[in-house]
Structure formats: structure tokens, C-alpha cells
Design a protein around this ligand. Structure first.
Ligand code: NAP
Length: 500
């Protein structure tokens, strides 16, 4: 494939491609870079937004930052010695993504403002046809979906929310032109986004009310800026940078059993969380309100040093009385208290595709992926689905990280997918389609392992589909996922000859 011509940069001449990637977050950009490094240039990347970047393009709310160490939350093949601090802010990560796109000359492959709403596989030609919301069609032999898991903001389904006369802002759709100063503001939610945005805006606001449905587990964040000397050293000596990355990786893996398994070890983490509450909060009523009532790790553990201190401030009020409805002027709680607001900030998370494809995907014999996944998504090694040939799903079912960097999982998947693509090209196959029994065996193993994970310990979270099945996270260590995806085993696939 090394001599394959770059046919991807002339969209007007042809919408027919060897490979189409949908999405330009870490998954799409990483897959594209690795395709190029493997000498495969005949691909395009379709992106629904007006710029690349996924999560780190969209989540620009004040205080947005990563809760995984940047030296690990970045590509192993594109290390950055200049991260400003242990956990980088959003803009720095988005700048890193833009840097990757420019350095690896991906712009000419990318088509922005192209939201895909349907992909259909034709068995006779062995090709996928994608249809955009604007009515355009694109065809390709291989489809790689890289649409992310947290890309569709979810407003809370609270009665009357449409009637609110003020402004509603979701954290993932922040309006930077709207001044918050001197406004009456209510924040709904106390998850990973809320614990970043509330401390960031609280100093600007006279009265800030936070509505909490479930108290989260919060532990300290070991975050600090890197000295210039450290950055220089990491830049000059790549080996030290590699060692440092390896050290962070090991650190996260060693902590993983405390975070992901349902064992006595989680008590250690619970103690850390309770110590954290006692350290910052003296008011017994507030202490009670913020003390979680579920096993640590069952929902995402939150890392921050300023959540509890912010809740203790005189201008911040934590309301735990459940929300009854939203009316024209604000929020009404079950006890009948009315809270008038100018702005409601919805820090309420995302519609997570636990049981849905990123867009309508139709495979062999007209089968719909959404239909197939109605009771919870399943794939082989988190990536391929029987009956959906030449489809590779990045960040697919059970590929999420509970304890370390998603980028490590993404790179593992890219390695697997590239082997699959290379097989199709080398053997001139029409398509590969994973054998149903192999997919079932793999998922039976996941289901068995899932019972031992803390996410199955009884809380309700976005990790689960509506029937309780956990379809998002990988039940084990990250290195086990790497092992599971190290080799694209031909024996697990039907291989159909006769490429056009
Ligand atoms: P989230 O974790 O789903 O939290 C949503 C919050 O809104 C929860 O507190 C939830 O309460 C509350 N909520 C939802 N609907 C509600 C309703 N109808 N009434 C009252 N409260 C309601 O969403 P998120 O904070 O945006 O985070 C989502 C994920 O994004 C995280 O788990 C994480 O993976 C990722 N993230 C990462 C970072 C980072 O630093 N890397 C930062 C932000 C987000 P319940 O708990 O009761 O459901």
C-alpha cells in the first residue's frame, strides 16, 4: 500500500474512498495518523462540526480540564514535553489536537460541517454508503466510526424546562458571549463537569445555587504546574519523557484495583474521600449533604481540590431537595421552595450511546445496529459487530477506561483496526465480518468479569444501558484490553473474496 496515491483531497471529483473515518476527536485523528504512517492515504475524515477536536473542542466551560495526567492523555507517538501542568486545561488539549492535525497534514483529508445520519452496507459491492444531513453521499470500502462516547449533550428531562424564560446553558455548549456577573444562577448536577465549572464561576457570582441529586465521591487532585526546567529536560531527552509516561501509566494501574474492583480495597479510597470532606467542611449539615451513599467507584470518582471549599462559601448554596419542575422564573423543588434564576446551567452530562449507534447503521440483510443493540451494545473486542462488515467502531462497547487514559485504549483499538484494514487490502477482500460465535464468547467473558466490578454494585450511572447492562467500560486493567486487541485474528472473521 506504500505507493497508494493520495486521492483524498479532491472532494469535488469523487466521493468514493477506500476508507471513511467519521469524527475528528482523539480516535479519528489518531486513526488517521496511523493510517498515513502505514502508507494508506486514500481516506477521508468527516466531521459534523466546523472545527476538529471532539470533546476538547466542545467543552469550553470555565474550569474545563482533564482529570487524567496529560503526559498519558496524549498519543504515545506524539509526546508533548510542554504540558503546562499535570492535568491540562481544555484549550491546551485542543491546541495539541490542532497541532497533530497540522503536523501530520490531515487537513486535506478532513471535511468539516458534514454531519452523517446514515450508513448502509451493500453486500453486492462490499461498500458502505454514507448519507449526510445535507443530502450528500459518500462511499467507501471501510467505515471507521470515531464519534466519541460523550458527544451529545443531554438537557435534564425535568418537567417545564421548556418554559423557563431565562437562559439555559449546557456545560458542553457554553455561551462565552453571555456575561454571568450579577446574574442569579442555578447549576443542575454535581458530576465531573459541575465540580469544575462551579468553583470557576463562583467568585464572579453573588448567589449561586447548586442542585445535587446524588453526592459524588471526590478525592484530591495532585495537580501542579511543570517548571520550565522540567519541560526542557523532557523535550531534550525523549527517553526520560518515555520513562515519565511509563511511570504515570504504572501509577494509574497500581491504583486501578481500588477504583474498579468491588473489593475491600475500595474502603481505602472511601476513607480518602471522607477525609477530604472533613478537611474542607466543618458545617455538619453540609457534611451530611455531600457524603456519598454508594460504593466509591460505582460512579466516576471526581478529582478536584476546590469543590468542597467552594460549597462552603457564603455565596454558594447546595440544594439536595429534589427538583420538582422548572417554570418560567426558575426551579421549584419537591418541598415547594421556588428558586428564581436568570441562568440555569445544565451540568447534566451526555446522551451516552449505551444502546445506540452514533448514527443509523444498516448492515447485511438490512439489519439495523440500533435494533441489534436495543438491549445494550455488544461488539467483538469492542470494535467489530457480526453482520456489519468492514465496520470498525472506535470507543465501541466496553472500551471505556475506569481508571486511566482513554487515549491508551484508543491506541490499542487503532492497532487492532489497522491490522483488519491491512488484511482487507493485502488479500484484496470484499469484506471481513466477525463470526457471531466469536463475538458471543467474547461478550460472555465480559459479562462474567463485569459482575466483579464496582460499577455493578447497585448505583445508577451513565455506564449502564436502561436495562442495567454495563456497555461502556472495560472490566479489567488497561493492559488486558491491549492484550485483547493486540492481534486481529483472521480465524475470528468470515473473509469474503471478490473486491471490486
Ligand atoms: P455526569 O457525570 O453524567 O453528571 C451529570 C450530573 O447531573 C449528575 O450529578 C446527575 O445526577 C445530574 N443530573 C442529571 N440529570 C438530572 C436531573 N434531571 N435532575 C437533577 N440532576 C440531574 O455528566 P458530566 O459531569 O458532564 O460528566 C460526564 C462524563 O464526562 C464524566 O463521567 C467524565 O467521563 C467526562 N468528563 C471528564 C472530565 C475530565 O476532567 N476529563 C470533565 C468533565 C466530564 P445523578 O448523579 O444523580 O445522575
Amino acid at each position: 500500500m506504500g505507493n497508494e496515491q493520495d486521492i483524498s483531497n479532491n472532494f469535488s471529483e469523487t466521493n468514493d474512498h477506500r476508507i471513511i473515518i467519521v469524527g475528528t476527536g482523539f480516535s479519528g485523528v489518531g486513526a488517521a495518523i496511523k493510517l498515513k504512517q502505514q502508507g494508506i492515504h486514500s481516506f477521508i475524515i468527516l466531521e459534523r462540526a466546523g472545527e476538529i477536536g471532539g470533546t476538547w473542542r466542545d467543552n469550553t466551560y470555565p474550569g474545563a480540564a482533564c482529570d487524567v495526567q496529560s503526559h498519558l492523555y496524549s498519543f504515545s507517538f506524539e509526546k508533548n514535553p510542554n504540558w503546562s501542568r499535570t492535568f491540562s486545561p481544555q484549550q491546551e488539549i485542543q491546541d495539541y489536537m490542532l497541532h497533530c492535525v497540522e503536523k501530520y497534514q490531515l487537513r486535506k483529508h478532513i471535511r468539516l460541517n458534514t454531519p452523517i445520519n446514515r450508513a448502509t452496507f451493500a453486500e453486492n459491492t462490499g461498500r458502505w454508503t454514507l448519507q449526510s444531513a445535507h443530502g450528500e453521499h459518500f462511499t467507501a470500502q471501510v467505515l471507521v466510526t470515531a464519534c466519541g462516547a460523550l458527544s451529545n449533550p443531554a438537557l435534564p428531562s425535568i418537567k417545564g424546562i421548556d418554559t423557563f424564560a431565562g437562559k439555559i446553558m449546557h456545560t458542553a455548549q457554553w455561551d462565552h458571549d453571555y456575561p454571568l456577573e450579577n446574574k442569579r444562577i442555578g447549576v443542575i448536577g454535581t458530576g465531573a463537569s459541575a465540580i469544575q465549572v462551579v468553583p470557576a464561576i463562583a467568585p464572579l457570582i453573588k448567589n449561586l445555587t447548586v442542585f445535587q441529586r446524588t453526592a459524588p465521591w471526590v478525592v484530591p487532585k495532585a495537580d501542579k504546574p511543570y517548571r520550565q526546567g522540567t519541560k526542557n529536560m523532557l523535550g531534550r531527552v525523549p527517553f526520560i519523557q518515555k520513562l515519565y509516561r511509563g511511570y504515570i501509566y504504572l501509577l494509574n494501574e497500581v491504583r486501578a484495583p481500588l477504583i474498579i474492583f468491588d473489593t475491600f480495597l475500595s474502603k481505602l479510597l472511601e476513607k480518602e474521600g471522607l477525609r477530604n470532606i472533613n478537611h474542607y467542611i466543618s458545617d455538619p449539615i453540609l457534611k451530611k449533604k455531600v457524603t456519598p451513599e454508594f460504593k466509591v467507584g460505582c460512579k466516576r470518582i471526581l478529582l478536584t481540590n476546590d469543590w468542597y471549599s467552594t460549597l462552603s462559601k457564603s455565596n454558594v448554596d447546595l440544594v439536595t431537595d429534589p427538583i420538582l419542575e422548572i417554570n418560567k422564573s426558575g426551579v421549584v423543588t419537591k418541598e415547594g421552595t421556588e428558586y428564581p434564576f436568570d441562568v440555569i446551567i445544565a451540568a447534566t452530562g451526555f446522551d451516552v450511546p449505551t444502546a445506540a449507534a452514533p448514527f443509523e447503521i444498516i448492515g447485511l440483510n438490512g439489519a439495523s445496529l440500533n435494533e441489534q443493540w436495543r438491549d445494550g451494545a455488544e461488539a467483538h473486542r469492542g470494535t467489530t459487530v457480526s453482520g456489519f462488515p468492514n465496520l470498525f467502531i472506535m470507543m465501541g462497547p466496553n472500551t471505556g477506561s475506569g481508571s486511566t487514559s482513554m487515549v491508551y485504549y484508543i491506541e490499542s483499538q487503532i492497532h487492532y483496526i489497522l491490522q483488519g484494514i491491512q488484511l482487507i487490502l493485502d488479500k484484496n477482500l470484499k469484506y471481513v465480518d466477525v463470526i457471531q460465535e466469536c463475538q458471543d464468547t467474547f461478550n460472555a467473558r465480559i459479562e462474567r468479569k463485569m459482575k466483579k466490578m464496582v460499577w455493578s454494585s447497585g448505583c445508577k450511572s451513565w455506564y449502564q444501558a436502561s436495562n442495567g447492562k454495563i456497555t461502556t467500560l472495560w472490566p479489567g486493567f488497561s493492559w488486558q484490553f491491549r492484550l485483547a486487541t493486540r492481534r486481529f485474528d483472521q480465524k475470528e472473521y468470515h473473509k469474503v473474496m471478490g473486491q471490486r
